[in-house]
Unconditional design. Sequence first.
Length: 410
Amino acid sequence: MEFTEASLYEFINSNDVRFIRLGFCDIFGVQKNISVMPGMFLRAMEEGIPFDTAAVDGFLDIEKADLYLKPDIKTFSLVPWRSSNDMVIRFISDIVKTDGADFEGSSRNILKKVRQRAKKMGYSCNIGVKCEFYLFENDENGYPTKTPFDNAGYFDISPLDKGEDIRREICLNLDKMGIRPESSHHEQGPGQNEINFKYSDILTTADNVMTFKWVVSTIAARHGATANFDPKPIQNVNGNGMHINIALVHDGENLFKLKDGELVEPAKQFVAGITERISEISLFLNSVKSSYDRLGKFTAPLNVSWSYDNRSRLIRINAEKEFCHMELRSPDPVCNTYLAFALILAAGLEGIEKKSELCPPYCENSVGQKHLKSLPKSIDEAIALAKNSAFVKSVIPEKVLDKYISVKSE
């Protein structure tokens, strides 16, 4: 159901809503929130709610003027684990300046800008994600330990899989918040889980990933566990990945739908653009030191290659009937999804504009493919590539990029 400002105002007054949460994230993808009382709803919609930028990591020195949180009506949802007698609702918010203009340092606004560029070129982008996370036991004080929640493996069931009830409750709460889960299961690592939810347009999916991580962490805590999205929380076992499934649409047609068993030309150019820029944007897809402990281990990719069917390649083309797509397998869940999606989409669009040529698909015995380009092997290497990338600078404003790299370099 779609709401208007007037219908939401009526809903708030008629349903005993006690708190309105306005969520956003900093430039590193860390979620933030302010709760306002119902009487502040109209002010929030019309003017926004001011906040102290100097107290939010990544905003210091980017913008010294006042900034405001303005709720995006399309992101309205209930907070289902709160009592219906003391209802809490939540919006994801845009960050705007005093005059109402978008704040260019907001990662959500950066993604919206790239999405608008795609629209002007005649393209839209649908995205789905497969997000992995570990569950760890908490101690008697509620703090996480290093003990995995269970010792189950891939697709195991209860009682060996102790996370089954947690995943069930996560899925039920996501559904109540308007995010449709499609599957959930135990992953390969001890205490490792995966939940997949239905694809949406690129901005909605970025919002949904933020909501997803909040719900996972909240429900895990209610069961006496801590959810961990770190790319490599346990050495010598599988890390946490966030595979990104991308469908590019033009004139209502999904361009990743194969014709005569092959990609059409714009889809090839889109993939080529991503492979050409992937090393330069890796800092934003793999944003912490442990990201580089995951890449190249188990089935996580390290070399820049693509295939129609090989699940160990950086990019895999999936030709399933409902949602033909390319799967990008290097990102991990701690990234800022807005920045990651913005850079991936911009790279693909550049490939179309430049009519980039896609190399042949990777085959184990292919001649000339023994010396494949590699993704960065450390965060220091990724920082250097991003810092010197004219492409990254064309997507992310200079002050934001400087701040991001400065913090990562520390």
